[in-house]
Each structure stands twice: as structure tokens, then as C-alpha cells.
Design a protein around this ligand. Sequence first.
Ligand code: SF4
Length: 328
Amino acid sequence: MEIHLSNTLMNLPRRVDAELRQVLDLWRYKARLIIRSKISLYVAKKFYKSDKIERFSVVEIELRSLCNGTCPFCAAAVQYKSRPDKFMTDDMFRKIINDLSEADYSGRICFYINTEPLLDSRLADFVEYSRRSCPKAALHVMTNGIKLTNELGKRLLKNGLDLLEINNYSQDGLVRGNVKNFMSDVAPLYPGKVRLNMRSLNVVLNNRAGSAPNGRVLKKPLKAFCQRPWDKMMISVDGIVGLCEHDFYFSERMGKVSENRLEDIWNSTEFKKVREHLISGDRTVNSLCSSCDFHGYRRIANPKEAYAGVRSSGKRVLEKILILLDRI
Ligand code: SF4
């Protein structure tokens, strides 16, 4: 006798498996939030003070407000059309670099925030100007590689770029043809200056303060620290300093570079207020931190050490332990 199982019955094990996975993922996510929040508060207590703010160690500059990628976790992805296409003016860019030059800045300068830096044809010239003006700074470009050519990559590196980081996003784990060429023809000529990261287009990252289209929504604010306002300064195409890289629309304005020096914005009452709240794990200070599920730390070095690029060996060991715990 022939038995015909309906499609519904045939697909049952697969559906149960998928649903079970979803439930387990959710529980894992919740458990990680609890563990990470506790670690972040420990890091805050041990290594941070709200009243002693060293200079930022990273400044990220948005040259153009457009991206050509399709990453589902990022509001800048081309399909969402979330912000108008704008360029930072040459004068604004030079003002920022001149501020850093006057301060003898030796941290990192990144020519991107959430958008794609290779979409700006001035990039190689900007790298060259930054190299001349800030000889001690580390210059960093992170790109999705779509517009990368051997010629452009070579020009950036010749002009003084310290790191060209390529995030190759794909569904199938394949490297783009142009990126492959670049990695075989140009990267070996610049040892240590090119990094290729293979990334999946299906990835779900943190919710980016609520702006990630595929991110989870928090029911209530985390009780967690966040290191970002001690560490990084984010500047939009219009010269607005936002709260952090998850402030996608630059809605929490810390200052304007056309009106103030970077150092003054970094020590503004707006930044101080956020730090005072975050150091005690209070994320209700603004609507972005309230809805953000970023756990709050990337490394445990305090800002002074990060700025000087050094860390004690004790802290390096502790950092490794925390990173391991974080992977649970
Ligand atoms: S908690 Fe989130 S939104 Fe607030 S500063 Fe940190 S990363 Fe930014």
C-alpha cells in the first residue's frame, strides 16, 4: 500500500526545528545581554571615571552620506534610502584635520562612519592631507570593496593610509572579483596594511540603538555601561558631532565642528551628561541609549592607555578573559 504524506506533514520536522532554533536564539540573546551588561558595569567601575576625560582615541569622519551596500543590519544600505545624499565640504574636512593637527593628535582617523568611503572621489587626496597634517595619527579606511580597484587602493596606501580594511559581504562566502585581484596583486606590496574580512549578508548584529532594520527591540533599557562616549568622536557630513556610531541620524547633537574646536566638543556639557549617566549603568539618559542593546565595551584599556596605544600586561590578560566570557 502506498502512503501519501501531505506537504504539511512532510515539512513538520523542518518547521519544528526552525521554531526551536528561534526560541533558543532568543534565550541565548537574553542571557548574553544579562552577562554582558554585568561585565560592562565591572569594566566601568574598574577603569573609568566620569570626571577625568582623556582625549578621544578615534575620530570617524563621514565624507558622504551614501552607501552602495545592501547589508540588512544597516540603515545606510542602499535599499532603505534613509538619508539624502550629501558630501562634506573641503573646508569642513580641512578644519577637522587642522584641529587634530594643532592638538598633535596621535589616535586613529577613520574616513567612514556607517557609509561607504570609496564613493567619494576626494578620498585619496584627503588621506594625503591628513598624513601631512597629522604624522602621528593612524589613518584607517573600512570599505565594502565594491568600488575598489587596484589603482585606487594603491593610491590610498601610497598617500599614507595605515590600514585598508575590506569587509567582503556575500551570501555564498565568495570574494568579489575585484577584491580578489587586489588581494593578489597589490596587498602583498603593503604588508600589514590591508585586511580582508569575510562577512555574511545574513548576519544579525546589535540593534544599533534601534536603527538596525533587522535588529531586536528592547522591552526596557539595559542597566549597562557604554564605552563609546569615552573613546570615539563621530562627525557627520554637516559637521555635527553625534553621540556615537549608532546615532545614525545624528539626532543627539554634541556640537558642531564649524563652531567649536573638537577638544571643546569632547568636553562639552552634553558629552559630560551622557558619561555621568552611562558610568552608573543608566541608559535612560536619551532615547538612543535607552533602546540600544550594544553591550558597552570593545576593550578594557582606559582611554588614556588606548590613546597612547599601550596596555599593561595585566589588563591584556583580563581583556582576554572578558572577551572569552563575552563569546558565551
Ligand atoms: S549605549 Fe548605544 S547609543 Fe548609547 S552611547 Fe553606547 S552605543 Fe551609543
